[in-house]
Ligand binder design. Sequence first.
Ligand SMILES: Cc1ncc(C[n+]2csc(CCOP(=O)(O)OP(=O)(O)O)c2C)c(N)n1
Ligand SMILES: [Mg+2]
Length: 404
Amino acid sequence: MSDMSSAEQWTHPEEGDLPPATAAKPTKDQVIAGLRATSEGGADLTQLLTPEGERVPSQIFDPYVADIDFEALRGLYKDMVIVRRADREANAMQRQGQLGIWVPLLGQEAAQIGSGRALRPNDMAFPSYREHGVGYARGVSFKEMLGLFRCTSMGEWDYQAHGFHPYTIVIGNQVLNATGYAMGQKFDGKVGDDDGEATIVYFGDGATSQGDVHEGFVWAAVYDAPVVFFCQNNQWAISEPTERQSRLPLYQRARGYGFPGIRVDGNDVLGCLAVTRWALEACRHGNGPVLIEAFTYRMDAHTTTDDPTRYRLSDEVETWKLKDPIERVRVYLTRNGGADASFFEQVEAEADEFAADLREFVFTMEDPPPERIFDNVYAEPSAALDKQREEFLAYLGGFEGGVH
Ligand SMILES: Cc1ncc(C[n+]2csc(CCOP(=O)(O)OP(=O)(O)O)c2C)c(N)n1
Ligand SMILES: [Mg+2]
């Protein structure tokens, strides 16, 4: 954690450190900083499990995963396999015309399961639109999430019961909602000790360029709001690479707002679990917000409407395949006697069954009646809305055989 009382960070740089005001191009230092924004950061990166499946000890973070024995790790492995399998099935179903669109999470399983499993029931999560893995970890059924992508539902799971808010498509907007929610947790006296509540909000690297994210950071900082800003830096904002969004690694932005920022290997489920637990603990205890940059990679297209071959090279994707979040856990478990071949086969079979059940559900999902549009508009009954519904139903009655 950075020492915010240190005088060093408030001092003005020496004159010689400043680039000439007339410099038209980024200076060498700025270019290097920009490149660092896209490199993994060496010592800056918190990692507990390497891509080769080696366990890296950490004095600070090991205590946060001390309870993760082989059984718990097998559970995290299974979570990741299931959400990947569900993701691939949904992608295929979109291609078969069964879903309007799909937003793949491929490659981001560890970031989502690690952080999602770090949450307690009373914590609140605010997703963007790719967080199906977090939703799964919060107990939201994949079926409910798929309704949104088949356009038969507006994503109507019980937000309060699951501690998982609706998806937000407006980039970065959920950061404001989450900050306000966390300020509420603070005002209601729900923070201060280990039983405290916390909020987590998910957004992408591209979202960090949005005003809403900046405003959220400012408000959370000055109110010490218990909110973990969880940025999944998957390197791309549709076709815009991270280096076009920032001149420095994203986690370092936190310092300018006055709260800690940390970069974790987003493909390391143990690292993500530990770092998120640590950040949530700081929030629960009333220490204010934390920014986590989970350094990961979007292995598939932005959505099924996107063709990434038009803007990125396949060798980049190949490089990231070697850092697969699931493979490293498999290697670790195998090498250390934490699981045998039959376990992996069984997980595979369960994932296939999970996907088949989803498929069956989607293919037989009923379309909602058109008047459903009037549901959930207001919390309380509304005479004006009731009248509109009546008029609409009368209008629909004019069509023989109904409207489909
Ligand atoms: C305010 C706003 N501007 C633009 C868009 C269009 N848009 C949808 S996704 C996206 C990129 C977001 O990238 P990032 O934040 O990195 O998240 P990722 O999709 O990579 O998870 C954009 C620009 C939008 N939905 N909302
Ligand atoms: Mg992105």
